[in-house]
Design a protein around this ligand. Structure first.
Ligand code: ASP
Ligand code: MG
Length: 471
């Protein structure tokens, strides 16, 4: 048995969805299918909360848009008559629940983390309901089971929950495994689980990949297939590098690092539940389903160029906290990170020196972090500085930490095209090195580094390709 995860990027348009259901009617039987919301629906729900808060008159319009998006697909895939009538009823029932929550939010004048998670979970609920109904209409037995009913248990942290694998495994063994049938397709909505107190909690944006990994590990499945609208991880962003190559096989660490900073292929936490039992991930393009894209496995392959990918992101900013002697003052970093965390901000990375702590944050978090630090008492710093016009480049590959000269080659490549590297971090992960450049220099930097490693990999002092298993 395997778990197949279907991304929201490919649940886009009735014809694409119909093609995916055709594939599932063959490949999905006997397996568990974890689904994302239809393309754009989660954004609609999140925006919807703001407009519902502003004015309850906006709610009917929002509800009819949601209904329309799902009915459009349903009318194409489900024959009119009884099956379509039944689906319409089920959909209305689910939307009525959601509508009550939007009114509740307007009444209480507040978008709490609790209601926000609850409302955002509806995208996946709606798509699970729709796909399962459409599958049945096409003559394949199918049902959907809700994460909170079957017991995908979380730690209760809103917006960034972690699953409890032991408890989830126990629940799935009881509630799901006995109901699996080789003639049937079982859908489970991704993105959320339920805390021990019964609260709906999401795994963060893009979290259906992680949900699928949790279901894979907890159900005793042999692997996770992720169906997307791309083949997998590439050696660089194809918008910058025309000849970017597909990476056929990556280690768990490589996939995690690439996802953390840059490549939007997997949710960065997807590998967590899988690595202990060494369950592989295969990425498949639904437009090209017979070809395996990237495989993520337990093997650590060192390629001749050592570097497998040059990823980047512009969704990054820095807060520099200038304070003399920070390197020698115990506790200051603790105070800084507490202040920032209390402002609801996640620190992506930190670089410190004697006189400055630099916090790497998502763009959207810069201002809240700055305000939280300004307000913190005692105040440890002389000055705060915010940098926004930057980009982060990361190079990722197994074996980097052991091969001399990798970082040096990046810097020479950058220097040769007059790109200034503002900050560098090498060491926290043995498979990744990242550095900061000005945003306007990004395409030049990526191109230069990619060329260095991919167009003449032989130039490195590295021996022939080797493979070593991670024991
Ligand atoms: N629908 C959720 C999101 O857009 C989760 C996911 O698709 O992975 O973030
Ligand atoms: Mg995704």
């Amino acid at each position: 048995m395997k778990v197949i995860k279907i991304g929201g990027g490919c649940l886009n348009g009735k014809k694409t969805i119909s093609a995916i259901l055709d594939l599932l009617s063959v490949r999905g039987k006997g397996n568990i299918i974890v689904v994302s919301a239809l393309h754009g629906i989660t954004d609609m729900l999140i925006e919807g909360m703001k407009s519902a808060l502003a004015d309850d008159q906006n709610i009917p319009d929002l509800m009819s848009q949601l209904k329309h998006r799902h009915m459009l697909v349903a009318k194409y895939l489900i024959p009119s008559g009884l099956p379509l009538r039944e689906y319409r009823q089920d959909l209305s029932r689910m939307l009525a629940q959601l509508e009550r929550m939007f009114y509740g939010l307007n009444f209480t004048r507040e978008i709490t983390p609790r209601i926000s998670d609850h409302i955002s979970s509806f995208g996946e609920r709606l798509s699970g309901q729709l796909l399962s109904a459409a599958m049945r209409a096409s003559g394949t037995r199918s049902l959907y089971r809700m994460p909170h009913k079957i017991g995908i248990v979380t730690d209760g942290k809103y917006g960034d929950a972690t699953a409890n694998l032991v408890k989830t495994a126990r629940n799935l063994r009881q509630n799901v495994i006995p109901t699996l049938k080789s003639s049937q397709v079982l859908f489970i909505p991704g993105f959320f689980g339920v805390s021990e107190n019964g609260e709906i909690t999401t795994f963060g944006r893009g979290g259906s990949d992680y949900a699928a990994a949790v279901v894979t590990a907890a159900s005793g499945a042999e692997m996770l297939e992720i169906w997307k609208d791309v083949d997998g991880f590439l050696s660089a962003d194809p918008r910058f590098i025309e000849g970017a190559e597909l990476i056929p096989e990556l280690s768990y660490d490589e996939a995690a690092e690439l996802s953390y900073f840059g490549a939007k292929i997997l949710h960065p936490r997807t590998v967590e539940p899988l690595r202990k039992s060494r369950l592989p991930i295969e990425i498949r393009n639904t437009m090209n389903p017979d070809v395996t894209g990237s495989r993520v496995t337990n093997r650590k392959i060192v390629t001749p160029s050592v570097v497998k990918s040059v990823a980047h992101t512009t969704d990054i900013g820095i807060i520099k906290i200038h304070a003399p002697g920070v390197g020698a003052r115990p506790g200051i970093f603790g105070d800084v990170s507490t202040a920032v965390a209390e402002g609801g901000v996640n620190i992506k990375s930190v670089v410190t020196s004697q006189t400055c702590i630099s916090l790497l944050l998502a763009q959207k978090d810069l201002e809240s972090a700055r305000q939280a630090l300004q307000a913190a008492r005692p105040r440890h710093f002389r000055r705060l500085e915010k940098e926004e016009d930057i980009a982060l480049v990361s190079i990722v590959g197994e074996g980097m930490a052991r091969k001399p000269g990798i970082a040096a080659r990046c810097f020479s490549a950058a220097a040769a095209c007059k790109v200034n590297i503002e900050m560098i971090a090498f060491g926290p992960s043995p498979v990744a090195c990242y550095f900061i450049v000005k945003e306007r220099d990004l395409p030049k930097a990526v191109t230069a580094i990619h060329t260095t490693f991919f167009e003449n990999p032989g130039r490195s002092e590295v021996g022939p390709s080797q493979t070593s298993d991670n024991k």
